[in-house]
Every structure is written in C-alpha cells, then in structure tokens.
Design a protein around this ligand. Structure first.
Ligand SMILES: C[S@@+](CC[C@H](N)C(=O)[O-])C[C@H]1O[C@@H](n2cnc3c(N)ncnc32)[C@H](O)[C@@H]1O
Length: 397
C-alpha cells in the first residue's frame, strides 16, 4: 500500500494518521473498493486526518462532519484545494447514517467505504481559552463544542444537585473526591454563581486534600473532562454513533475509531466485539450464514501509540485505536438496511436534501432523533426529509 501523511499544521498533527490510513485503505483501495470511494470523517476538526486521506487516495471523496462551526469553517478553508472531493456537514456524528445515505454510493448497497471517528476535544478548542475547555486559563465556563447547543458548563453547575454533580464527576472524570467537590459547588453557588473556569479551579484546589493534590497533574483536570463530556453528551452521542456507523459501511468498508479515555473505548469495544461475534445459538453443529458475524476486527485489542509516535505527537499518549472491516452484507439489505439510491441531493445551495431518508441508528430502521442539545434551526431530520443546515463543498482556490 502506498500511503503518505502530509506534514500539515505542526500544531494540529493528526493522531496516528499513518495507522488510520493503513486501516482505512482496506476499504478505500481493497479488492471490493469502488473506483470512486467515499469516506466519512465523523470528527473533521482541523481537517488533519481528512487532508492526509485526500492526499493519500487520489480518487477519494471525504464527507467531514463536525458539530463545531469554527472547526467546519477552518477545515473547509484548509481543504479548499481539494475542490468537490471534500464536503463538510455541520452535524453531530450520531447523524452518520443520514449523512451516509445522502452522500454515500447510490447503488442498491448504498453506504460508504470508510469511516473515521477521532473522538473528544480538538487542540483548537482547548487552545481557545475563551471557550472554557481549559483549566489553564481563566475564562467563561462554557465548554460547548457548538455554542448553539443546550446548557453550558456554568448552567450545569448552577442547576444540578449534589447527587447529579457527583455522578458526572465520578462517572465521566473518575474523580475520587466527586462528592466533596459537588457539595462545595452547591454550597459555594449560594453566595456567588460559578461562571468562570478560574473559580472552579480554585474551588477544586481547596476541596482536594493536599497529599492528593501533589500527584496526577492539575487537580482540576478530571472535573473539567467530566463537565465537558456532560455538557456535550459525548458518551450518549458515541453510543448512538458507533452502531449507526457500522450500519453505514459497505462490504469491504472499514471503520477506525480513536478514543482518548476508557469510557469511550469501552463503548467502541463493546460494539465492535458484538459486530464481529457470531450470533448463533450455542450448540449449533454448523455455523449458519444468517448468524455469521458481519465484521472482522483489524486490531487485536486496542492499538496504542509507540514511544516514537508519542514523542512526535504527545496527544497520542492516551489514544486507543480500534479498527474493523465489514465482511458480510448487513442482514436485511444494503449498508443501511435499505436501498440507499432513492434520495436526491442538491449541491451548491449550501443545503442537502434527502427525499427518502431512512437513516437508522442501531437497528438501521429508526430515523435518528434530534440530539437533545441541538437547536431545531441547526439541524432537522425526519424519516421523510433531512436537511443539514451547514453543508459546504470545498472549492478549488
Ligand atoms: C480530536 S478532534 C478531531 C481532529 C481531526 N481528526 C483532525 O485531524 O484535525 C475532535 C473533533 O470532533 C468534534 N466532535 C466531538 N464530538 C462530536 C460529535 N458528537 N459530533 C460531531 N463532531 C464532534 C469536535 O468538535 C472536534 O472538532
């Protein structure tokens, strides 16, 4: 295989880009790959992975999804030289089945050849202190990846009770002092609302006992991660997205998911293992086709960055990469359980319209629900009609 990763922007080096390309190439250039393969990048970010893929595979078209309008704008500019080989979609990635249906192949199988999901927050988001993701700078406590989404971090701190806050801090941040911090938030907010990252950092520092503060980096790290996950419903979105992404792959198509914390990786692992395991009842003497697994795993366990890769890109230190390939058609039909060729697309007007969208979630049969944190203006979808409020084609400069 001949793939090459572009140097790109040194500040936003895509994590394990070469490994991603190697796995994805099986779907893009493998035996069953079409002449004009299509990939969905569920987490476009700064477009680093997408750029690498577009450079490595000259016939590839990439559809890049991101919920962050700023990421969409920057990546669209960066990827403009690729012209119509790149299309951006402003949506959450649990809409991947709808996106695959609109932009995927129009034959009876439908779907796409490769899907990449590089979960979590981008360095762009972390670096922009005003967005409130970072505990290193004092800024408004926002943390929404899309500022048009629902409640921000300050609103969660203002409205949740001790039990709810404890659960968030414990479950999403694995914070040992979750209850103490939650209690102090609820007590502290009666005298002064907690609206800035600096206030939260100080509060956490005061709650965590001195010996515990001396280990494990900044004591606010875990709480900030937890709040960010809660604000953006990150795990809920991933839980909906992985089965939908698997459903959207054609036979031979590959998926790569990069996770940065154990809760994300558990979701990916559970879904990948289920998809690659026979569903035959125990005791059957022969494996019947109808029970055979639809996927094979391309990674044994999770692939981790080497020391060399970590030295090159410190963000890769915590990554867990899992990859899988569809080896059998989805039971009950094409890549998305139905023929995907019936809808129409409109380019150029900034909107895409599907006349017969039947995009599904885990089952491939239900229309995706609008995310609870999405504003209706931003994105609407239904069984009959799907619109993406922000869809742009890259332009040749
Ligand atoms: C780690 S960055 C991706 C970086 C990208 N691979 C690159 O090379 O530049 C993750 C991106 O995913 C986006 N994101 C996170 N959760 C999302 C979701 N549920 N739906 C859509 N985009 C999401 C974030 O806004 C962020 O831009």
């Amino acid at each position: 295989m001949h793939t090459h990763v572009a140097a790109g922007n040194a500040l936003h080096v895509p994590v394990l880009a070469q490994a991603c390309l190697n796995f994805l190439s099986r779907g893009i250039t493998g035996q069953t790959a079409p002449k004009n393969p299509i990939m969905i990048d569920c987490t476009l970010g700064m477009g680093g992975h997408t750029e690498a893929a577009l450079l490595a595979f000259p016939n590839l078209t990439v559809i890049g999804i991101d919920r962050d309008p700023q990421a969409i704008a920057l990546a669209t500019e960066r990827l403009a030289p690729f012209g119509s080989r790149f299309i951006s979609v402003h949506a959450t990635y649990d809409e991947v089945a709808n996106v695959a249906q609109h932009y995927g192949h129009k034959d009876s199988e439908g779907g796409v050849d490769a899907i990449l999901l590089d979960a979590g927050v981008s360095s762009l988001q972390l670096d922009e202190s005003e967005r409130g993701f970072s505990y290193a700078h004092d800024a408004p406590l926002d943390m929404r990846m899309n500022v048009q989404d629902g409640a921000n971090a300050a609103e969660l701190l203002a409205n949740l009770d001790v039990k709810e806050l404890t659960k968030i801090l414990r479950d999403y941040g694995e914070e040992k002092f979750a209850r103490n911090i939650a209690r102090e938030i609820v007590r502290g907010r009666t005298t002064q609302p907690i609206t800035r990252t600096g206030q939260l950092v100080d509060l956490i520092r005061d709650v965590i006992p001195a010996p515990a503060r001396r280990t494990g980096g900044n004591p606010a790290k875990r709480a900030f991660q937890a709040l960010r996950i809660a604000v953006n419903d990150e795990l809920g979105c991933l839980e909906r997205a992985i089965p939908a992404a698997l459903d959207s792959l054609r036979v031979g198509g590959c998926i790569v998911v990069e996770s940065y914390q154990s809760l994300e990786d558990k979701i990916v692992k559970r879904n990948f293992v289920a998809a690659s395991t026979s569903s035959a009842p125990r005791g059957l003497p022969v494996e019947l086709e109808e029970f055979a697994p639809e996927f094979k795993l391309l990674t044994r366990g999770a692939y981790k960055a080497s020391e060399e890769e970590i030295a090159e890109n410190p963000r890769s230190a915590s990554v867990r990469l899992r990859a899988a390939q569809r080896i059998r058609a989805k039971r009950g039909g094409g890549a998305q359980g139905v023929g995907a060729g019936a809808h129409t697309l409109k380019h150029g007007g900034g909107r895409a319209t599907g006349a017969q969208s039947t995009g599904g979630r885990a089952t491939g049969a239900q229309p995706p629900q609008q995310s609870s944190q999405q504003s209706p203006q931003q994105h609407t979808s239904s069984r009959e009609n799907t619109t993406f409020a922000h869809e742009q084609k890259g332009r040749r400069s």
